[in-house]
Design a binder for this molecule. Structure first.
Ligand SMILES: NC(=O)c1ccc[n+]([C@@H]2O[C@H](COP(=O)([O-])OP(=O)(O)OC[C@H]3O[C@@H](n4cnc5c(N)ncnc54)[C@H](O)[C@@H]3O)[C@@H](O)[C@H]2O)c1
Ligand SMILES: Nc1nc(=O)c(N)c(NC[C@H](O)[C@H](O)[C@H](O)COP(=O)(O)O)[nH]1
Length: 220
């Protein structure tokens, strides 16, 4: 793997079922217990930015703000959407005034969509077809973002992990099994052919939180 020039410290955080699913094929994803959601919002408060893929915006319409624990508006991290074609709907909650938002697009972005999005978000251009994540990490680091929480979904998690851009992985395992070959898993994408090529992790910490289990790893 090639060395990275300049990038934030990236923490991938997710909630999954015991069988590794982060959403059903219908997009249903109420997985974390209430204690875990408090942990997630404390983490949101600590980091400089939160990043998600465009499908997560389209399916969940998340706010990506700190709203489950007491917080000032200045506690909200910068919100980043990885959105090659600039498909973020203008009425998305991610574009509200609660926090600044960056939409990362590629050269394949629709110019009309871009023009509209520019009114409520900062645009970062990286890559030809898909967003070049290496380029994005460098550009946001240059903007002063030192810590980044990656909140999914499966496709973006896979790209960030396999491109060597994730430093820590924190997972809430909820006591449920969803099954389903079409469910979303912690990391989808192409997948490696051989386990020797899997992204290696080192277990740092594990603890019970409400009815859930939280496991924390460093990427080796
Ligand atoms: N349980 C959880 O913790 C959790 C967290 C977040 C999302 N989710 C779920 O994940 C699902 C969405 O996951 P998903 O995999 O469909 O989409 P995603 O949110 O990972 O978005 C992927 C999309 O991002 C765009 N993209 C642009 N450049 C990219 C690049 N270099 N690498 C990867 N993607 C790039 C592409 O359009 C791609 O299809 C939703 O159902 C959501 O509810 C669950
Ligand atoms: N930690 C965690 N546990 C879950 O059970 C779950 N479904 C998510 N999902 C993360 C995803 O990004 C969601 O879209 C936001 O959690 C939506 O909520 P907000 O309005 O941003 O608080 N995250």
């Amino acid at each position: 793997m090639k060395p990275h020039n300049m990038k934030p410290h990236v923490i991938l955080n997710s909630a999954m079922t015991l069988d590794g699913k982060i959403a059903t094929k219908m997009g249903s994803s109420e997985i974390s217990g209430k204690e875990d959601l408090i942990r997630v919002h404390k983490l949101r408060k600590e980091v400089d930015a939160i990043m998600v893929g465009i499908n997560t915006v389209l399916v969940d319409d998340p706010r990506l703000t700190v709203h489950k624990i007491p917080a000032e508006p200045s506690d909200n991290p910068v919100r980043i959407v990885v959105d090659s074609k600039a498909r973020t709907p203008l009425e998305s909650r991610i574009l509200n005034d609660d926090a600044p938002t960056i939409i990362a697009v590629s050269e394949s972005a629709d110019p009309k969509n871009l023009e509209n999005l520019q009114k409520s978000a900062d645009i970062i251009l990286c890559g030809k077809k898909r967003v070049n994540l290496d380029c994005l990490m460098e550009k946001i680091a240059k903007k002063g973002i030192k810590t980044l929480m990656l909140e999914g979904g499966s496709t973006l998690n896979y790209s960030m992990l396999t491109e060597g851009l994730v430093d820590e992985v924190r997972i809430c395992i909820a006591p449920m099994i969803a099954g389903g070959v079409h469910s979303k898993t912690l990391a989808d994408g192409e997948g490696v052919d051989f386990m020797k090529d899997a992204v290696p992790l080192k277990l740092k910490k594990s603890y019970k939180l409400g009815n859930d289990l939280v496991v924390e790893y460093d990427v080796v």
